[in-house]
Write a protein that binds this ligand. Structure first.
Ligand code: JFZ
Length: 420
C-alpha cells in the first residue's frame, strides 16, 4: 500500500507540478469531454470482415494495415453529419467545461487542414472541410475551454514516425526528422490557427531525450504561453497529471490532475461496443475524482459520419441535468475532508462539506466520523430540505429522509459548519 505522499512523489516524477499560473481554470473545471475521432471511426472496429475489440483507434496496428491500404479509408471518409454546434451543445448540456479532440492520433491522419501533409481531412477526403475550425468556434462561444489531442511520437503513417513496424524498419527511422518536418510544424498550426487553446493533450512520449523534449516544449510555449500541456508530453514537463483509463487515484492528490475514462470500452468508435457507462456510474466517477481534488475527462467516440452514439447523447444529458442541480458541489470545489466513507465521499468549499451519497445506507443513517466542527445547517442540495443531525463526541450522525429520496441518481447533502 502506498501512502498519499508516496503517490504524490510518484506523480511528481511524471509531472513537474511547477504551477502554470493559468492552471486555475483547469482545477475548477472538474468535468471535460474527450473526443477520439479519425479514420478509425469509420472502420468502427472492423477490417476485412473481422471484428476487433478494445481500442478502436488502434485498428491499423491491430490488423497491421499497410499505409497504402489505410490511405484508401480516407477516400471514403465523409462525415456529412458532423455539426460543430451540436457537438458543442452536447458538451455544454452535459455540464462539461473543457473539450479535447483528436487533431491527429497514432494513425497519422490529420483531422485538420495542414500544410505539412496531404494525409489530412481537407486534402485526402471527399469532405474537404476542416471540422476543427467550426468546432473551436462553437466551443469557445459557450465558454468551454478547447484543446487538441496530438500524438507527438506515434505516427504510423510516416516512415520516420513512431511505432509502425509493419511497413517501416525501426533501424531506418529518423525521429528528429519526423519531429522537425511534421510534429512541430503541425503543432504550430494547431496553436496559431484555432484561437485560444486551453490545453494540448500530448500522448505517449518517445524519440527525444530530456533536453530535446525541453527544447520541443519551449519552442511551442511561445505560441500560447497560457495553454496547458498534459503530462504525457514527457520528462515531467507537463502542467497537470493524467491518470490512465480506469485509474482513479485512491486518495487526495495535490496539484492539478485528471482521470480519463471512456464512455464505453473504446476511445474510438466501435459499432459492436455498447458497454456504455450509465449516468449513475459517470456521476460516481465525477464525484470521486472531485473528492480527491481532480477532474474527470470523459471520452466519447463519434462515428465516421460525425454522429455521437445515441447512448452518449442521452446519458450525458442526464448527467448534465444532475449537474444543473448539484453542480455547486462539483465545480470549483476542492478535495473533501472526510475521506472515503461507506456512504460515499465529500467535496469542499469554505465552510462546507458536500456529502455525495453514493451508497445509501439502508437505515438512512450517515456517520461522519471524527469531524469535530460546529454545525450550522444540514440540508439536501436538491430542494434545500433541512435534515436532522446529532453530535456524538467528535462524530456526526445524519438521518436521510429515505422515504422522500426516490431519485435514482445520488443526492448531495450540504454540511455548513464553522470551527475547523
Ligand atoms: C493512449 C492511446 O494509445 C490510446 O489510443 C488513447 O488515445 C488513450 C487516451 O491514450 O493510451 C494510453 C496511454 C497511456 C496510458 C493509458 C492509455 N496510461 O499511462 O495509463
Amino acid at each position: 500500500n502506498v501512502s498519499g505522499q508516496e503517490m504524490d512523489e510518484m506523480w511528481d516524477n511524471r509531472s513537474n507540478n511547477k504551477a502554470n499560473k493559468n492552471v486555475q481554470w483547469f482545477k475548477d473545471a472538474k468535468f471535460g469531454m474527450f473526443i477520439h475521432w479519425g479514420l478509425y471511426s469509420k472502420l468502427a472496429g472492423e477490417w476485412n470482415g473481422k471484428r476487433y475489440y478494445g481500442s478502436g483507434e488502434w485498428i491499423m496496428n491491430q490488423a497491421k494495415i499497410p499505409v497504402a491500404e489505410y490511405e484508401k479509408v480516407a477516400k471514403s471518409f465523409n462525415p456529412i453529419k458532423f455539426d460543430a454546434e451540436e457537438w458543442a451543445q452536447i458538451a455544454e448540456d452535459a455540464g462539461m467545461k473543457y473539450m479535447v479532440v483528436t487533431a491527429k492520433h497514432h494513425e497519422g491522419f490529420s483531422m485538420f487542414d495542414s500544410k505539412y501533409t496531404n494525409f489530412d481531412i481537407v486534402d485526402a477526403t471527399p469532405y474537404k472541410k476542416d471540422p476543427m475550425k467550426s468546432l473551436a468556434k462553437s466551443v469557445a462561444k459557450r465558454n468551454i475551454h478547447f484543446g487538441f489531442y496530438y500524438s507527438q511520437f506515434q505516427d504510423w503513417y510516416e516512415p520516420n514516425g513512431g511505432r509502425n513496424t509493419w511497413d517501416f524498419k525501426e533501424a531506418e527511422k529518423d525521429y528528429q526528422k519526423y519531429y522537425k518536418e511534421k510534429a512541430i510544424p503541425q503543432l504550430k498550426e494547431l496553436m496559431t490557427n484555432y484561437g485560444k487553446l486551453g490545453t494540448i493533450w500530448f500522448d505517449t512520449p518517445g524519440g527525444l531525450t530530456k533536453q530535446e523534449t525541453e527544447d520541443f516544449v519551449n519552442s511551442l510555449r511561445k505560441y500560447q504561453p497560457e495553454c496547458l500541456f498534459s503530462s504525457r508530453v514527457g520528462h515531467g514537463l507537463g502542467d497537470y497529471r493524467d491518470f490512465g483509463d480506469s485509474e482513479l487515484p485512491p486518495f487526495t492528490i495535490n496539484g492539478p490532475w485528471e482521470s480519463i475514462y471512456t464512455h464505453n470500452d473504446s476511445w474510438g468508435y466501435i459499432k459492436h461496443d455498447l458497454n456504455f457507462k450509465t449516468p449513475k456510474e459517470i456521476i460516481y466517477l465525477l464525484a470521486n475524482a472531485a473528492a480527491r481534488g481532480g477532474n474527470l475527462m470523459l471520452n466519447v467516440g463519434p462515428d465516421g459520419e460525425g454522429s455521437f452514439p445515441a447512448y452518449s447523447i442521452q446519458y450525458l444529458r442526464e448527467v448534465g441535468n444532475w449537474l444543473k442541480i448539484n453542480g455547486e458541489s462539483i465545480y470549483a470545489s476542492t478535495a473533501g475532508l472526510l475521506g472515503q466513507q461507506p456512504w460515499g465521499v465529500s467535496t469542499s468549499k469554505p465552510g462546507k462539506q458536500y456529502l455525495h451519497i453514493l451508497n445509501r445506507p439502508v437505515d438512512g443513517e450517515v456517520l461522519i466520523p471524527d469531524f469535530d466542527v460546529t454545525i450550522k445547517k444540514v440540508y439536501l442540495l436538491d430542494g434545500g430540505k433541512e435534515l436532522d443531525f446529532e453530535k456524538r463526541g467528535k462524530d456526526i450522525i445524519l438521518n436521510l429522509p429515505l422515504g422522500e429520496m426516490k431519485k435514482s441518481l445520488n443526492e448531495v447533502v450540504v454540511l455548513e459548519y464553522s470551527g475547523q
